[in-house]
Design a protein around this ligand. Structure first.
Ligand code: PBG
Length: 327
C-alpha cells in the first residue's frame, strides 16, 4: 500500500550521502577550547576523581602536554590554577603576585609555542580561603567595587605575562568596563576580553571546585552574584551590558541546560558567542557511561553539536581531547 504524500522528508535522511550533505551543523576542532588545571607541585599529573581523564598539570609538564593537544588540533586553552592553601587568604592576594602560578605558566608555554591562544580566567575563588569569587565586606557580602579593582589589576598582570584573552568569571557589576579601561591605559590594546556574561548560579560546578580546590567545609553560595537559573530576561540584560562595556566575546555558562540563552545571544549580538560545557555536564555523562547506561562518545558529541546548533561559536569543553580524536 502507498499514499501520494506531497512531503516525504525521510527521502533525504534515508540516503547516506544526501543525509550527510544536508547536515546543517558541523562541529570542528577549531570551535573547541580546552580548560586546563595547573598545579604548583612539580611531580606527576594529579587525577581529579570527580572528572575522569582530567588532571591537574604541573607547570613543568604543561608545555609538553600543550604541544600534544595542539597536534590533535586543539588551539585554545583556558588555564585555571590550583594553589597551595598556604597561599590563600581572605582577599585572594595571590592573584596580584606577578610570580604566581598562572603567570609563570603562560610565560613558559609562550616561550616554547606560538599559534595557540591562551585564556586567563579572572576570578578570586582559587585564591580565597572562603572560596567566594570576591572580597568580602564587613557584613560578609561579596563587595563589588573593590573586587572589580583587583580583577582589573590582575587583567594587566595576565596581559603582561602573555595571555591573549582574559576571561572574567566572577559576575561582578561593571568589571568588563574597568578591565577594558585598564588594559587600554596600560597599552594592552591587543588583549581581548571573553566575558562570562550569563553565568548562572549552577549546581553543575561541583567537580570544578574539587579540581581548583576551592571547595570549603560548608557549601559556597554564589547566588548573590551569579544568575538565578530561572531568569532568562536577566541573562539577556547581563549579555547586553557586557557587550556595551567592550567585551570581545560573550559567554553563556553552563551550556546544555541554557541553550535558550545561547540561542538568544546568537540572534541578538554580532559578537562571537562562547558556551562553557561545565564540569558537571562532563561528569554526569561519564557517570552514566561508567554504569553502562550511555555511550560516552556519542552523547558527548551530541551534546556539543547541540550547543553549536543553538548558536555557540566557541565551546569550552573538558571533552576537547577525546572529541578531537573522533572528529
Ligand atoms: C569560578 C569559576 C567556576 C567555573 C569556572 N570559573 C566555578 C564557580 O563559579 O564556582 C566552573 C567551571 C566548571 O564547572 O567547569 N570563578
Amino acid at each position: 500500500m502507498s499514499y501520494e504524500f506531497l512531503n516525504r522528508p525521510r527521502r533525504l535522511r534515508d540516503h547516506p550521502v544526501l543525509n550527510s550533505m544536508t547536515t546543517e551543523t558541523h562541529l570542528s576542532k577549531s570551535d573547541l577550547v580546552l580548560p586546563v588545571f595547573v598545579t604548583e607541585s612539580d611531580e606527576n599529573p594529579v587525577p581529579i576523581p570527580s572528572m575522569p581523564e582530567i588532571f591537574r598539570w604541573p607547570v613543568n609538564l604543561l608545555t609538553e602536554k600543550i604541544v600534544e593537544w595542539k597536534s590533535l588540533g586543539i588551539r585554545a586553552f583556558a588555564l585555571f590554577p590550583h594553589i597551595d592553601e598556604s597561599k590563600k587568604d581572605a582577599k585572594g592576594s595571590e592573584i596580584l603576585n606577578p610570580k604566581s602560578l598562572v603567570y609563570q605558566a603562560v610565560r613558559q608555554v609562550k616561550d616554547a609555542l606560538d599559534d595557540i591562544a591562551l585564556i586567563a580566567d579572572l576570578a578570586l575563588d582559587p585564591y580565597t580561603l572562603h572560596g567566594q569569587d570576591g572580597i568580602l565586606s564587613e557584613d560578609a557580602r561579596v563587595d563589588n567595587d573593590p573586587t572589580v579593582e583587583v580583577l582589573a589589576e590582575a587583567a594587566v598582570l595576565a596581559a603582561q605575562a602573555g595571555y591573549d584573552l582574559v576571561a572574567p568569571s566572577d559576575m561582578m557589576d561593571g568589571r568588563v568596563q574597568k578591565i577594558r579601561e585598564r588594559l587600554e591605559a596600560e597599552g594592552f590594546i591587543h588583549t581581548g576580553i571573553i566575558s562570562y556574561s550569563a553565568k548562572f548560579s549552577s549546581s553543575y560546578y561541583g567537580p570544578f571546585r574539587d579540581a581548583v580546590g576551592s571547595k570549603t567545609d560548608s557549601p559556597v553560595d554564589k547566588s548573590g552574584y551569579q544568575l538565578c537559573p530561572a531568569n532568562f530576561r536577566e541573562a539577556c540584560r547581563e549579555l547586553a551590558l557586557d557587550a556595551s562595556e567592550g567585551a570581545d566575546i560573550l559567554m553563556v555558562k553552563p551550556a546544555e541546560p541554557y541553550l535558550d540563552v545561547i540561542s538568544h545571544a546568537r540572534d541578538t549580538f554580532d559578537l562571537p558567542i562562547a558556551a562553557y560545557q561545565v564540569s558537571g555536564e562532563y561528569s554526569r555523562l561519564w557517570a552514566a557511561h561508567m554504569q553502562g547506561w550511555l555511550d560516552l562518545d556519542k552523547c558527548a558529541l551530541e551534546s556539543l553539536v547541540s550547543i553549536k546548533r543553538a548558536g555557540a561559536d566557541l565551546i569550552f569543553t573538558y571533552f576537547a581531547e577525546r572529541i578531537s580524536k573522533l572528529i
